[in-house]
Design a protein around this ligand. Structure first.
Ligand code: TYC
Length: 102
């Protein structure tokens, strides 16, 4: 049925235009070596947190093992993880950052 097929093709493309992209959580993981101050700077610089928010979030990671730092479309989430890890390695810290699908 060519007519029906065309109609559904139009609906599909409209759907993909309006559907919000899937979101991914970027999580920071605790470790025993990365300095607290360094984690606070990461949360300010890469996740747009205020010093107060960054300090509270760092303490949650420190006490509970991990926390969500931000929620982004896939490409942006992957870029955040890559940049955070590169920054931590430059400073010789083992800080780990991972993505989790919502
Ligand atoms: N646990 C670290 C310390 O005691 C601090 C820390 C917090 C490390 C959060 C990583 O994602 C992290 N120095």
């Amino acid at each position: 049925m060519p007519y029906k097929h065309e109609e559904s093709a139009v609906l599909d493309s409209q759907e993909s235009r309006i559907k919000p992209p899937p979101l991914y959580k970027v999580m920071l993981l605790n470790d025993d070596y990365t300095p607290m101050e360094f984690v606070v700077v990461v949360l300010e610089q890469f996740f747009g947190k205020s010093r107060e928010q960054a300090t509270q979030l760092m303490l949650i990671v420190h006490r509970e093992g991990m926390a969500v730092c931000g929620v982004y479309p896939r490409d942006l989430a992957e870029t955040k993880v890559d940049r955070v890890i590169a920054f931590a390695r430059e400073h010789h810290h083992p800080l780990q950052c991972v993505i989790e699908e919502n």
